[in-house]
Design a binder for this molecule. Sequence first.
Ligand code: ZN
Length: 450
Amino acid sequence: MLAAGDIEWIFRGTVIKPHSRRSVDICEDQLIVVDKKGYIAHSAPAGGAESAVVLDLVEKGEVAKDRFVELGADGWLLPGFVDTHTESRIDRDPNGLGKRVYARLVQRLLQNGTTAASVFGTISVEANLVLAQAFLDAGIRGQIGKVAMDQHSIPTYIETTSSSLSATRTFIERMRALDAASQPLVEPVITPRFVPTCSLELLRGLADLARETGARVQSHMCESEGMVAVCREMLGGKSDVEVLDELGLLHDRSLMAHCTHSSAPDLALLARTGTSIAHCPLSNIYFSAERQLPLREAWDAGVRVGLGSDISGGYRVGLDENMRWAVGVSRLREGRRAEVRVGGKEEKSKSLAISWKEAIYLATLGGAQALGLDRDARRVGTLDVGAAFDAQWIEVGGPASRVDWFDLEDEEGGEGRRVTTEEKVEKWWSNGSEVDRKAVWVQGRRVYSQ
Ligand SMILES: [Zn+2]
């Protein structure tokens, strides 16, 4: 156990713990201790023997009072949300307008409980560095992409093949210099916008650059009927999935947004190569209303999937609405199960619909897995011992909260029926908003509070 001087925070109360079985456990009266480096040193029931030692330190005043947080009867901790696909493009005046927009963006992300985000920036190296600095200043994790494209775009927003490759290389070097920590908060991502806007030469060059530098890769893939048709026409009948794979852009550091038109062989390929999917249900309703991501089938195939807001493809910053839409569209798919199931046999017992608990997993640990943030020492996405403390504190029932509940009196003078913690969490999941979010931490640092 840590000495009092090594303790940064102690939390007592309900903790929502995502796990790799793709759901969450709701654990009441837990004790979490965070060390000075921002890692979880202890996570166990508050009534246990080791927890008693920690509580004793608090009792004796050896840990400062403001470092001990009681989460309250109507409060809980859960990991921060990981937004696997957002877009933020400021083409001009990066140091003026850009700074203002990006500062607002990171503030909105934190208000909404997002502690890590993968972002499509713009083609400008300078603007993307301003964006990365905004993430650093706010203390939020960012995987920032300099968009690359050399064809089929407007004349004022396009690069040549060689300038795109050299600017991407410069961007990676400058981003890494901006945050040279061994586990950086912000990281550069190689970002071909999507196949129709990139020549094969550019895609090949970006794949080589990813291999050489170890940088992650992100793009959009089989997003809509129109995009699938355009790709096949341009690529001599091949799909964008096949071409990205042939060029070596699908691997375990790759993240592909949307993938709504994935076939069963596509999902098997993504699983085999370790490629992740950013699922953006609200955006998909606008841009590919004809089809939604085969999420259950992707999970069954073994693909890592996270949730994305795709602002401004979707209208809501943050993941709360997207968790709800993920459940909603999966229920519609279940309603049309025989018609929409991708691959495999009809199994009466296995629903295509996902539950609200699966949606919380998707928005937290699922996203961290999709961004590879769970794989190194940070182990983002859980609140287990050893993980970086990226967390949000929710407390419902305040005057502006949209979450209401009523305990039932027993008519015969008994104890009645009290609303359980799990029921309160589900009510928050359904109706909660920013007003229920008391504070947010990244790597143990409190980066937002109200
Ligand atoms: Zn997008």
